[in-house]
Design a protein around this ligand. Sequence first.
Ligand code: NAD
Length: 516
Amino acid sequence: MPLPPFRNEPEIDFSEPGNRAGFAAALERFRGQLGRTYPLVIGGETLETEAWFDSDNPAHPAEVVGHHASATPDQARAALEAGWRAFPAWAATPVEERAATLVRTAQAVRRRRTELAALMVYEVGKPWAEAEGEVAETVDLMEWYARQALELQDRDRLAKWPGELTQFRYLPLGVGVVISPWNFPLSLATGMTAGAVVAGNCVVLKPAETSSTTAAWLVEIFAEAGLPAGVINLLTGRGEVVGEALVDDPRTRFIAFTGSREVGVRIYERGSRVHPGQRWLKRIQLEMGGKNAVVVDETADLDLAADAITASAFGFQGQKCSAGSRAVLVAPVYDEVVGRVLERVSKIRVGDPVDPDVTLGPVIDGAAEEKILDYIEVGKREGRLLAGGERGQGEGRFIQPTVFGDVAPDARIAQEEIFGPVLSVIRATDFENGIAIANGTDYGLTGSFISRDPQRMSRARELMHVGNLYINRRSTGAYMGVHPFGGFNMSGTDTKAGGPDYLLFFVQGQSIAERI
Ligand code: NAD
């Protein structure tokens, strides 16, 4: 039966008292699940390991969210073998059935919606609305890719040739590796994995250590929804150990990675090496960091600009690849916009995101905290500190929302991804200079242009070299199926998650001609 047309999953409105009470209760209930043990899942079997690690709660670092098996390189090889054992049957499963499995999994995610959101509040410190929105995005990705897989098989774009029966079809690649980051622990692990499997591939999923519990839940849900054993194998463990083993292995057919530029570039180099016994060139997709700008001209609605800048810079503690970590303001409105941003920043509440009034939670781990605080020290030398600049109060890994003014376009805090609640404000002479500044980094992921002038908006469309350009809105908050997501230059290979072409990465086209 054909699937109904795609619709984005409605988000839950926490201004409704009933929804607030429901989620508060879910958070409380979830406490009972903290500290569970999660083994590896290889070929449908759970597997214990000698070494273990904990994923903790960044708002209370002593609280263990999940206790996880730490895989070895031998187990990485075993996971790839399990994938290859499952592959022939899964690849031969009709695409309608694969898509139906994904739709059933989306339904299972809907059923556990509040639990999954609660888990992300505890495991990665997401404020309520962000956690909830991510579950909705996860459902969207599953529903979207299910439809895309069906659409892919119906594409018939060939010209006719007399005397031949021709066909063009897409075949799955084989067994690939999905390496996911912690900042969208559910939706990014889902997007890459679901895209691969609905196209007929099998996967070894290696999630970030700090969000392994969310990934383990995802794999459980896929299994409950009827995905055959071995199609998704869960390999938790250290990136430099098992991630690397998977990248290097000649049995790996493709690698889908989302994470930092540093690790992405390393995977690109290592993954392109051809090892003895390897019968293909590994296909590699990399979605990496950003240093996104919100450009504001003098015709702009300045409240809209200040809202967009604040939301882009500080949403989820600035830990989004799409975060607008640079505000580029033309001189005539520079002071006014800075003033309005600072007013909004002063209202941000830092703390444990279990509290619904908290708008800025903790940063993910000790290493991130140290790195961000180091950048803040750099910022104090490079710019003028206008807000924040210190740790927040409490035992969690809290950092105050921090704003630096008068930052030079080539300063380190204007060029390097900080991945924390730090905004650099840069002065531009006019809007074209602003766009040139926005384009002046190695990255090219998202960008916003705020203006009331239609001609300038057209110029921004022509000139802003980013994968996702937003006009008169924040630089974050892409909806799947609506805003296909992926960056240019050092932001990645522009695979456009949630877009009409995403699944092409996971298939190879075969052309068949039969003489008649
Ligand atoms: P990270 O690069 O530190 O880790 C990502 C994944 O790579 C983790 O699973 C990690 O264990 C693994 N890994 C680490 N070293 C490895 C190695 N040597 N070989 C193989 N795998 C290895 O990134 P992170 O801190 O988890 O995520 C934050 C980064 O991700 C930021 O730079 C952010 O901009 C980026 N990001 C990009 C997008 C996008 O769509 N472009 C989306 C989300 C996050």
